[in-house]
Structure formats: C-alpha cells, structure tokens
Design a protein around this ligand. Structure first.
Ligand code: HEM
Length: 177
C-alpha cells in the first residue's frame, strides 16, 4: 500500500514537472513558432498554444489516469483500519513524545491535503463547469505540500534509520513488521 501510494504520488509529481518544464505549453509553442519562421509560415499565438496543448495531452492524460488510481488507493487506505490494518494514530494522545506527535500530525495533515487534491482534481474533471476555475486555483497548490511532505518524510526516515529505529528502511521495503 505504501509503495503503491508513493509511486502514484511520484508519478503525479513527474507529470507536473513535465508540464511546468520540458513540456510547458509556452516552450512547445515557441519551438513550433521558430520552426515555422524558418519556412516563412506563421500561426497566431492562440493557434500555437492549441497545438502545444495537443502535443502535451498524451503525457498529461497520465496525470488524470494516475489521479483516478490514487483515488482508489486512498479509499482502500481509509478502509484498511476497519479490517485491523494500517490504523491511523492519534497525534493528540498526551502520552506521546513530542517527536512522535509531530510525526503523526505531519501524516494527518498530509492525508487531509491529499484528500483536497483528489476532491478538487475530481471536480475539475467530472464536476460542473462553473466550479472548474476555483477548483483549479486550489488544486495547483498541491505542489507545495507535496514537495514539503517529501522533504520532511525523507529527512524523518533517514533520522530514524540512523538513530533509534535501525532497519526501518529495509522493513518498509521488505514489508516485514
Ligand atoms: C494527490 C493527488 C494530486 C496531486 C498532488 C496533483 C497535483 C497537481 C498539480 C500540482 C497541478 C498543477 C500543474 C500546473 O499547472 O502547474 C495539477 C493539475 C491538474 N490536475 Fe492534479 N493532482 C492530483 C490529483 C488529481 C486528480 C485525482 C485529478 C483528476 C482525476 C487531477 C486532475 C488535474 C487536472 C485536470 C489538472 C489541470 C488543471 C489546469 O488545467 O490548470 N489531479 N495537479
């Protein structure tokens, strides 16, 4: 479950980076424009962007497909505690040490932010047209918590591995409890 969710999130991140970088519509439009200039042809800026979006589409479709996969994984993740697996831990338990409390709060916030990304993503795709723009404004903010979580999560896992939880990395890879 951990690796399916992690891989899906990294895949989504990859599509976002491609969209922002190598496959950015403005860059692609510029390449087409420069090529057309060498053959004495022109297209309007709008036409160039339409073409660029069409070129980007097969890549971006994977954001949507993996988004749906993640919705399924997320629902399964929420149901697992009812079957006695992967229980959510309460960060507000007073007996917990500060470090563990922080760890559980980060997980809780992360799950809430992922829920927001999934819901806004679904509304953009399947919801009424008038909601599309406000949902997009919220949805694109996903990149910030995602990068922040990845950084905190990696740092936390490495800290645990090299201090009081030796073997934590091989455990999550092998699945051994
Ligand atoms: C945790 C899950 C998700 C994350 C972290 C995420 C992240 C992002 C980010 C950062 C962008 C902005 C890309 C950019 O313009 O720079 C984006 C755009 C988009 N996402 Fe997601 N996404 C998630 C799930 C979904 C789901 C479930 C769907 C739909 C099934 C979806 C559909 C879209 C669409 C249609 C856009 C384009 C919006 C636009 O044109 O401005 N996403 N996503």
């Amino acid at each position: 479950m951990h690796w399916l969710i992690a891989l899906s999130m990294l895949f989504l991140l990859l599509t976002v980076f491609l969209r922002l970088g190598w496959m950015n519509k403005v860059h692609i439009a510029d390449i087409i424009k420069q090529y057309l200039a060498t053959t004495n042809q022109t297209l309007s800026d709008e036409q160039l962007i339409v073409l660029a979006k069409q070129i980007r589409k097969p890549m971006w479709d994977w954001h949507i497909y993996i988004g749906y996969v993640l919705v399924g994984l997320y629902v399964i993740r929420l149901l697992l505690p009812f079957f006695g697996e992967m229980k959510f831990r309460n960060p507000f338990n007073k007996e917990l040490p500060q470090k563990v409390k922080f760890q559980y709060i980060v997980y809780l916030l992360f799950y809430l932010c992922v829920a927001l990304s999934l819901i806004t993503g679904l509304v953009i795709e399947l919801g009424p047209k008038e909601f599309k723009e406000p949902m997009e404004k919220i949805h694109i903010l996903s990149i910030y918590y995602l990068l922040a979580f990845i950084a905190i999560h990696f740092a936390g896992v490495l800290m645990a591995e090299f201090t009081n939880q030796k073997g934590i990395i091989s455990k999550i890879i092998s699945g051994n409890k």
